[in-house]
Ligand binder design. Structure first.
Ligand code: UDP
Length: 239
């Protein structure tokens, strides 16, 4: 199984990759490196939508585990994703890449609201559109936000750039015998509860036939390799 020709992709970056080598927060130097990867991908002619998580700053589940109201904590998590989106916007624009941030929580002093037709126009004009605040509702994650935006923007694939190089049959940190899939079906991911993305995000991609490509964004040049079909990755799609 290989990917269809890609014209438009949604790139989802976990918040934790923005930390670089830090334990928390945003490392501007590492964000600048990520921005270079995005710029290089854009220069191949791809249209790029970006969704960035917030786990480097705040996760609702972590707040709830310490006694916070879950919905309240989730709204804080969504605000964290807006900070990350602004950091990435800054890094891309310093490289001369035109961008727009659209947030699912309206914040008109800092970014646009999510308006699909306007996002279309931005992409046509060669801008990178960064979607912030996930789906704009608690009890979801930015993986679901990524799947939703990939579907509504009719992206050819959802690229999940994270800290691991693909999907394994068990947790590679706990099991040294764990093996990485080159390809795996949506149904297997859901049935075996493989840790790729939330079940709701995987199901949305399955129902809309959007391949998910899981790869490590921490290695330099990996995004370009993955787009060229040469990287280490796992592709989740129907067999
Ligand atoms: N979040 C939410 N609804 C959304 C997207 C995000 O409530 O649609 C909150 C949720 O608390 C989540 C946090 O924002 O934990 C940060 O997002 P996520 O955990 O997806 O970030 P990542 O793991 O990708 O860094």
């Amino acid at each position: 199984m290989s990917l269809p020709p890609l014209k438009r992709v949604l790139l989802k970056l976990s918040g934790e990759v923005l930390m670089g080598g830090q334990q928390f927060g945003i490392d501007p130097e590492f964000v600048a490196e990520l921005a270079k990867e995005v710029k290089a991908a854009k220069e191949t002619g791809l249209e790029i939508c970006l969704v960035i998580g917030g786990g480097n700053i705040f996760r609702g589940m972590a707040g709830a585990a310490k006694g916070m109201d879950r919905a309240q904590a989730d709204y804080m998590g969504m605000l964290a994703t807006v900070m990350n989106a602004l950091a990435m916007q800054n890094a891309l624009e310093q490289l001369g890449v035109q961008t727009r941030v659209q947030s699912a929580i309206e914040m008109d002093k800092v970014c646009e609201p999510v308006i699909r037709r306007r996002a279309e126009r931005h992409l046509e004009k060669g801008r990178v559109v960064i979607f912030a605040a996930g789906v704009g509702a608690p009890y979801f994650t930015t993986d679901s936000g990524a799947a939703l935006r990939a579907a509504e923007m009719k992206c050819d694939a959802l690229l999940k750039g994270t800290s691991v190089d693909g999907v394994y049959d068990s947790d590679p940190k706990q099991n040294p015998q764990a093996t990485r899939f080159d390809t795996v079906t949506y149904d297997r991911v859901l049935a075996d509860n493989l840790k790729v993305m939330d079940a709701s995000a995987v199901a949305l991609c399955r129902d809309n036939k959007i391949p998910i490509v899981v790869f490590s964004i921490r290695e330099k040049g990996n995004l370009a390799r993955v787009l060229a079909g040469q990287g280490v990755q796992t592709i989740v799609q129907d067999s």
